[in-house]
Design a protein around this ligand. Structure first.
Ligand SMILES: C[S@@+](CC[C@H](N)C(=O)[O-])C[C@H]1O[C@@H](n2cnc3c(N)ncnc32)[C@H](O)[C@@H]1O
Length: 401
């Protein structure tokens, strides 16, 4: 019997090989991670899903949604799983805790630690625990332990862990995670700070943690004791400021007026690229930078650029504000960064923002220039000199090098 190209396209092994070669192009750098993705049958962790979606490296497979449609659980996109596994640098024989279960990622970890290692996966949701256990069993990974608990307290009964891989959006780092790490331990966590989420690989450093690498990446939100709600400050029916901390007392009537007033644009003369790195620099250079979200209607009216519908980091000073934009600039060989500013002090706030854009371009325009630290409050240290965000159990401090 001959195999047609259509049959081959539907064959999980063929689709998996294509996915792995795509991941090798931009994400996977280690042979061990490539080997794990090559052998674990991802489709067995997403029964009933179309194979093309299962083996599309950028597609998460939602397994549970809340009443408002928010995703509560998913088998994460293979791309982000690969990124985090590379960050984790898991070695054979390690003990690993995965926070947030879907089954597939735990199976990949089981391949990486091999028969001498151990994998514990914890999820708060009993349905997800049952689902993950059933999928792991069907795929032959019964050795992965799946525990139902709120991961705020870690899983002390199987600690210490050489790696803790958090696959749910965290706003803080519970002390239990640090306490349950071994001496050579590392936590890889999609951490929310300053309104942004970054997957940070933290190594132990004294009583706290220091970043080894970080990259863009967000996950479904944490439930249980670690739940976090952001602050929303509506400006009018169509524009809202969103921030992590409390409302510092924005002058809403003045900002409302500014939105429909004249706007100025100022250009930095500096190159614009690596937007995620630049954004991290902006929000960690000034205290309490909120994100502005506006309706499509305001974009259609030309009040804001389309990027604002996804949220733009804004500098706010009284009733004036500015946000970042870009234009093509042949002399720079690509894009130039600049700002749009509104309000009675538009000139001053634009100048301040442009100053940040120039400083980033001159000193930090590369990947990985930020150093992110987690300093637990119990360490009793004074607040850091530079930028930091206060959390429940400590502070996230960011400096640039
Ligand atoms: C994106 S899914 C996990 C994906 C999974 N690791 C995979 O293989 O793709 C996130 C999971 O975190 C779980 N979760 C949310 N808050 C939690 C908490 N406080 N403790 C443990 N699990 C939690 C959710 O129930 C959800 O199943």
């Amino acid at each position: 019997m001959t195999t047609t190209s259509e049959q081959r396209a539907q064959d999980p092994a063929t689709l998996r090989a294509v996915m792995v070669s795509e991941l090798r192009e931009d994400t996977i750098t280690s042979e061990a991670v490539a080997a794990a993705f090559s052998v674990v049958p991802r489709h067995l962790f997403a029964p009933g899903e179309p194979l093309e979606a299962v083996y599309d490296s950028n597609t998460p497979l939602v397994t549970k949604s809340g009443p408002d449609g928010t995703a509560l659980s998913s088998v994460s996109a293979a791309h982000i799983q690969a990124v985090m596994l590379e960050q984790a640098e898991i070695e054979p024989g390690m003990r690993v805790l995965e926070i947030g279960s879907g089954g597939y990622n735990a199976a990949l970890i089981a391949e990486l630690v091999g028969p001498d290692g151990s994998v514990t996966s914890v999820d708060i949701d009993p349905e997800i625990v049952a689902r993950a256990r059933a999928c792991l069993q069907a795929a032959g990974y019964e050795r992965v332990r799946v525990v139902q608990a709120d991961a705020e307290h870690g899983v002390p009964e199987h600690a210490p862990y050489d790696r803790i891989i958090v696959t749910v959006g965290a706003w803080d780092i519970p002390l239990a995670w640090i306490d349950q790490l071994s001496e050579r331990g590392r936590v890889v966590v999609p951490l929310r700070f300053a309104g942004l989420s970054r997957c940070v690989a933290f190594d132990r450093s004294g009583t706290g943690l220091v970043s080894r690498s970080y990259c863009l990446g967000g996950f479904v939100p944490m439930q249980g004791e670690g739940t976090f709600s952001e602050t929303l400050v509506p400006i009018n029916g169509e524009a809202t400021l969103r921030l992590d901390g409390p409302d510092p007392g924005f002058d809403v009537p003045a900002l409302r007026k500014a939105i429909h007033g004249p706007r100025i644009e100022r250009w930095s003369g500096a190159a614009f690229d690596l937007p995620d790195e630049l954004e991290l620099f902006v929000v960690t250079s000034v205290p309490q930078v909120p994100f502005l979200y506006a309706s499509q209607n305001l974009v259609d009216q030309g009040v804001f650029t389309p990027a604002v519908t996804y949220g733009a980091a804004v500098l706010v000073e009284g009733g004036s504000f500015a946000y970042r934009t870009k234009r093509e600039n042949e002399d720079l060989g690509g894009w130039e960064s600049g700002v749009f500013a509104y309000g009675p002090h538009a000139e001053a706030v634009a100048e301040r923002y442009v100053g940040l854009l120039r400083r980033w371009a001159a000193d930090y325009r590369r990947r990985g220039a930020a150093r992110i630290e987690y300093i637990p409050t119990r360490a009793g240290k004074a607040a850091p000199a530079g930028w930091y965000a206060a959390k429940r159990h400590g502070v996230v401090a960011v400096s640039w090098r």
